[in-house]
Ligand binder design. Structure first.
Ligand code: UD2
Ligand code: MN
Length: 288
């Protein structure tokens, strides 16, 4: 009771400081956040760290274990919407999964998506070595159709075939960015992503070339099934080095990636099991 009164008092003080409209928005957002988290928790019984298994799964079960890797920085609003959408979606599909959010911080101003995927892959396997399948997922993409299954297959899958932003058309056939599904062994075989692409663009095309080198053809679900909405955002700062890097992709493919992760200039600041996801905070120091 005393705590509630104290909270009201604090909120009132905030109201005076911010003005009524801002205050109402604040309360609304906080209520929405709570309702959201509660809805997801009670609906799906998401375990701490964003884990969920289909009911009846036991230790001897052979169903695939899936790690969803989400590279992230400074997109809190997207993350809220993403989690609210994805937990029920994955549960309706009966997937045995954990959501990992790999967040970049530190001195590097550009966003290093490929490196974050490699760190996510490595740390997820430390957390649970039995993952068979990795879903590489932009935080701003929301699948529209439950038939778009979040499992792996014999060849790497590109799942975000038709995005509203591109009028539900695939921009080009070698595209591997957005949402993809790849087995643990293929990811290792490919030496993961390049660690060198920081800033917008190129890292997914570099991966596409790695797939070609190993003669791994990209498979895709039907266009009417693999539909996504992209949440609106500003354009991320481009990587001016990307064309030069791509020109020498073959020379780097064997070394630059999982194999050179230990020299990639990062360290894992913390790993914590939050209510709806496992949070891996990665410090990336400024590149030379
Ligand atoms: C495209 C690709 C994406 C990636 C990027 C080029 C599609 C559908 N997506 O996305 O996979 O290849 O081009 O690098 O083709 N992010 C943050 N904070 C940032 C920047 C990026 O969290 O400041 C994460 C977030 O998960 C985001 C993803 O990186 O969804 C891709 O970045 P983007 O959404 O800015 O780029 P976009 O939509 O052009
Ligand atoms: Mn985007």
């Amino acid at each position: 009771m005393r705590q509630m009164r104290l909270r009201r008092l604090i909120l009132l003080q905030v109201a005076c400081a911010l003005g009524l409209t801002a205050y109402l928005n604040l309360v609304k957002t906080s209520v929405e956040r709570k309702t959201l988290q509660k809805a997801v928790r009670t609906d799906g019984n998401v375990g701490f760290g964003g884990k969920w298994s289909p009911p009846g799964r036991n230790l001897s079960s052979t169903s695939e274990k899936v790690a969803i890797l989400v590279p992230f920085r400074d997109r809190e609003e997207h993350l809220d919407i993403f989690l609210r959408h994805m937990h029920p979606f994955l549960q309706r599909q009966g997937i045995d999964y954990v959501i990992y959010v790999i967040e970049q911080h530190g001195g590097e101003p550009m966003f290093c998506k490929g490196l974050l995927y490699n760190v996510g892959y490595t740390e997820a396997l430390k957390d649970d070595p039995t993952y068979d399948c990795f879903i590489l997922h932009d935080v701003d993409l929301l699948p529209e159709d439950d038939r778009n299954l979040y499992t792996c297959s014999k060849s790497p899958l590109h799942l975000s075939v038709a995005i509203d932003k591109f009028d539900y058309n695939l921009p080009y056939t070698d595209l591997f960015g957005g949402v993809s599904a790849i087995t643990k062994s293929h990811y290792r075989l490919l030496n993961g992503y390049s660690n060198l692409f920081c800033g917008w663009g190129g890292e997914d095309d570099d991966m596409s070339l790695r797939l070609k080198r190993h003669m791994l053809e990209i498979s895709r679900p039907e266009k009417d099934v693999a539909r996504y909405k992209m949440l609106p955002h500003n354009h991320t700062k481009e990587n001016p080095q990307r064309y030069i890097l791509l020109r020498h992709w073959l020379a780097r493919a064997m070394t630059d990636g999982l194999k050179s992760l230990h020299t990639a200039g990062y360290n894992v600041t913390s790993t914590s099991h939050r209510e709806l996801y496992t949070h891996i905070l990665v410090n990336i120091s400024k590149r030379g």
